[in-house]
Write a protein that binds this ligand. Structure first.
Ligand code: HSE
Length: 298
């Protein structure tokens, strides 16, 4: 009555899809062990890798777990051990990974009474704790894999999208922490019709590019006229890193989730590795501590 899960890191927004688009990575993720116990409740017994609260009410995995437990026909509870490999505040869905892993494992241990969309709803409660807003663009891809589109929040409607086989992501993380709640607060709450038209043109283009295996179209569509101009100011060397990735052959690049990580998409692993070296070189030149990794989209 115990299960071990890998919960992937995710890139949310993917430039033009603020709060609606996300993609799962295979190179980084949290590991969790979840176990059924007779005592009712959710108990986090161990966290390795990061200094995070063990109190279940203050931990995203605990909060997501309580949301599931409330709806489950089950008298007992769960114990959770977390090996936290994703740094909180890095922009690759740290809170989403733990929230999703917890509810996926609990559902599995209960014999899968809930649908994937139900699980997204529970995991979103973890996101609410982490960022004040229950956004689903990290938890949905963490749960479904590959790309997902949140077509609607009310009612929740998740559309899984399969990326072309040769699509790879490079993610570089400058070692600063940006809280999602802070980086949401600086955003404007209104936009002009002109900006909206550009943005939904790109989002449609990106989805079409993914479905038609059109790498050029994917690249052309990786533009963000709403969020990137504001948030990029918080990220050291953003413009230089982005330019270096494009010069090295990336299809496109942008901010991963709420930052500070920067992502680039490339065709083929070799290109993605080349992009990684180019991004790294910028940070070495300007003296920014960082780590970088390449993932296959799957
Ligand atoms: N869509 C969210 C945001 C993702 O950009 O604030 C946070 O990881």
């Amino acid at each position: 009555d115990e299960v071990k899960v890998f919960c992937p890191a995710t890139i949310a927004n993917v430039s033009c899809g603020f709060d609606v688009l996300g993609v799962a990575l295979d190179s980084v993720g949290d590991e969790m062990v979840v176990r059924k116990i007779p005592k009712k409740g959710v108990f986090i017994t161990k966290i390795e890798g990061q200094n995070l609260p063990l109190e279940a009410e203050k931990n995203v995995a605990g909060v997501a777990g309580f949301a599931l437990l409330e709806k489950a026909d089950y008298k007992g509870g769960f114990e959770i051990e977390i090996n936290k490999k994703i740094k909180p505040g890095s922009g690759i869905g740290s809170s989403a990974a733990s929230s999703t892993g917890a509810v996926w494992a609990m559902n599995h241990l209960l014999g899968n009474p809930f649908s994937k969309t139900d699980l997204v709803t529970f995991a979103m409660e973890g996101e609410r704790l982490a960022s004040d807003v229950a956004h689903a663009d990290n938890v949905a891809p963490a749960l479904f894999g590959n790309f997902t589109l949140v077509r609607s929040y009310t009612p929740l409607d998740i559309v899984p999208i399969k990326a072309p086989e040769e699509l790879f992501a490079t993610v570089i993380h400058p070692q600063i922490e940006i809280k999602t709640s802070d980086s949401r607060r600086i955003l404007k709450t209104t936009l002009t019709m002109q900006t909206a038209i550009k943005q939904w043109g790109n989002l449609g283009g990106l989805i079409a590019g993914l479905l038609q295996n059109d790498y050029e179209l994917i690249g052309r569509s990786l533009e963000d006229h709403i969020v990137e101009p504001i948030r990029s100011i918080l990220i050291p060397g953003f413009d230089r890193v982005k330019k270096a990735s494009l010069d090295a052959g990336a299809l496109g690049a942008g901010i991963s989730g709420s930052g500070p990580s920067i992502f680039a998409l490339s065709r083929g692993r070799q290109n993605a590795e080349k992009v990684a070296r180019a991004m790294k070189k910028v940070y070495e030149t300007i003296g920014v501590e960082h780590d970088v990794h390449v993932s296959k989209i799957n």
